[in-house]
Write a protein that binds this ligand. Structure first.
Ligand SMILES: Nc1ncnc2c1ncn2[C@@H]1O[C@H](COP(=O)(O)OP(=O)(O)O)[C@@H](O)[C@H]1O
Ligand SMILES: N[C@@H](CCOP(=O)(O)O)C(=O)O
Length: 324
């Protein structure tokens, strides 16, 4: 019986100004998916979820509703129709859910990317990571109703990913500057991505768009030029942050605490409630993260939080172990 374990880490979507077009991966924490291959099909659906560990019973066991199994079904259909690989066996899936749900840490995308990298390995690696990304993105539609790629693409590919176009999908990998560190703080409260998207305007004034694309361009330039000051100046979001900040208790204080502690910049991680900051050394990132946690704790809602300091992950989804 062949078994493969895949891992994919947390990701931060948007990176302030790049709503739905920019995201990056950190090195940990992340979700693990263990797949076991059986020769015989044991139900109509070729994938079953045997167990989910660490979700407190919150996630669906229906293989068509959980992002981890949904994307494996899409992958099986793809290799059958485009590569002539017919799969008549069965896959049992165990999800080790280490990422908090509805957190702004790309939890649904991490499950999908971990499952895909494992399924591809289990069936002899018929697909490249770039092919697998398509299914990981489709998984986001199951999670929140929109197939945004700014979590799924970095979860699979690592680094910063810029989505130049969705149709056709055109992903650009941007290697991180060597000394860039992320402080990611997750306050103990949930905010569903679907809800955080519903508060956004359907259209924005041209003057707002002008500011936003100026910052997106500057952020990409700052990353490529390793210009930390420019990265900091470009971490400005005039589209989503003003609408979403009121949904995160203490956000204004937390952001100010990060900047006062020496962060280059700070904004909402994905759709929130997590908040991220960039710093140009690990030591500063540790100080910044601690200051952000204190600010959440001393805010009106008095929120406890978890905090991670990490460089940008350059590897993306990976195989952790396999037998035989
Ligand atoms: N494997 C999974 N991990 C997380 N959420 C999942 C998963 N599969 C399905 N979902 C559903 O996706 C929704 C959470 O998605 P979302 O709010 O986008 O969270 P996140 O910001 O953590 O990605 C929940 O309704 C949950 O039931
Ligand atoms: N671009 C998306 C990112 C959502 O990230 P998540 O980690 O909160 O799912 C958005 O801003 O809606």
């Amino acid at each position: 019986m062949k078994t493969v374990t895949g891992f994919a880490s947390a990701t931060v979507g948007n990176v302030a100004c790049g709503f739905d077009v920019l995201g990056f991966a950190i090195t940990e924490p992340g979700d693990e998916v263990i797949l076991t291959l059986h020769d015989e099909r044991s139900s109509d659906c070729p994938v079953s979820i045997t167990s989910i560990i660490g979700d407190g019973g919150a996630l669906p066991l229906d293989p068509k509703k959980n992002t981890s199994s949904f994307v494996v079904l899409k992958f099986l259909e793809y290799i059958r129709t485009t590569k002539g690989i017919a799969f008549d066996g069965h896959i049992d899936l165990v999800l080790k859910k280490n990422l908090p749900l509805s957190s702004g840490m790309g939890s649904s995308a991490a499950s999908a990317a971990a499952a895909l990298i494992a399924a591809n390995e289990l069936l002899g690696s018929p697909c490249s990571k770039m092919e697998l990304v398509h299914f990981a993105i489709e998984g986001e539609r199951v999670a929140c109703g929109s197939a945004h790629a700014d979590n799924a693409a970095p979860a699979m590919l690592g680094n910063f990913i810029l989505i130049r176009s969705y149709h056709p999908l055109d992903l650009i990998t941007i290697k991180p500057p060597a000394n860039l560190f992320c402080s990611l703080v997750h306050p103990h409260t949930e905010l569903k991505t679907s809800f955080a998207r519903s508060v956004l305007p359907k259209s924005i004034p041209l003057s707002t768009a002008t500011q936003q694309w100026g910052n997106v361009g500057a952020l990409v330039a700052g990353l490529l030029m390793e210009d930390y000051d420019l990265i900091g100046r470009a971490l400005v979001d005039v589209v989503a942050e003003p609408k979403r900040a009121p949904l995160i208790p203490g956000f204004v204080e937390v952001k100010q605490a990060a900047l006062d502690a020496g962060a280059l910049g700070c904004s909402i991680a994905g759709s929130g409630p997590s908040v991220f900051a960039f710093s140009s050394s690990r030591q500063t990132a540790e100080t910044v993260g601690a200051a952000m946690q204190q600010a959440f704790l001393h805010s009106k809602a008095s929120l406890a939080s978890d905090m991670w300091v990490s460089p940008i992950c350059s590897e993306g989804a990976r195989i952790v172990s396999k037998t035989p």
